[in-house]
Design a protein around this ligand. Structure first.
Ligand SMILES: [Zn+2]
Length: 183
């Protein structure tokens, strides 16, 4: 993908059509005969934190939260990303071999407009609620989080360079509560 795709509402049909044309394109780059797993169609998933998923049966899954957004470039990258996993083999994760294939397949996440990521994130319910425990005994809700980030889990209140304050009150620790939500 050298130029950005124009915004368009994403439907199931749109995802199928993009999958077909991207597969046709990347199988010219690397013939299917040399792929580790043969591609076997695209489906929707309700996974809570992944944009996409490549499976051992050759199917790839795209998060249902794409539907109704106009995140066409991010969708394009997700399909290329997952096809690169099928081509390389699912045990490679994101190692150098996979990265080479991903580049050949045109994966360029840096080109995806931030607005597209925001559109999708706004549709994904948060998994956790983050709380800060303050030096004065208060517990403050900080908002939702999709995962437990190191910024919070590895927070050290004694590291004066990374120490955080809220309303000038020192944060002693952070914790997470799982959010109840529907798929
Ligand atoms: Zn991946």
């Amino acid at each position: 993908m050298s130029t950005l795709l124009p915004p368009q509402e994403i439907t199931v049909q749109y995802i199928q059509a993009r999958y077909k044309s991207i597969l046709a394109e990347v199988s010219c780059v690397t013939p299917l005969a040399s792929w580790s797993v043969q591609p076997n169609g695209v489906f929707l998933t309700s996974h809570k934190s992944k944009y996409g998923w490549a499976k051992t049966d050759g199917t790839i899954e795209v998060n249902q939260w794409y539907l109704g957004t106009q995140a066409v470039n991010k969708l394009d990258m997700t399909i290329r990303h997952e096809l690169a996993h099928l081509c390389r083999g699912l045990t490679h994760a994101h190692d150098r071999a996979w990265t080479r294939t991903a580049m050949l397949f045109g994966v360029r996440d840096d080109l995806v407009p931030v607005s597209e990521i925001e559109q999708i994130k706004s549709r994904i319910p948060y998994k956790y609620q983050v709380y800060a425990n303050l030096a004065n005994g208060e517990r403050r809700a900080l908002g939702g989080a999709h995962k437990k980030t190191k910024r919070y889990t590895e927070y050290n209140p004694n590291d004066r360079y990374k120490q955080m304050t809220i309303d000038r009150i020192r944060v002693l620790s952070f914790d997470f509560e799982e959010h109840e939500h529907h798929d």
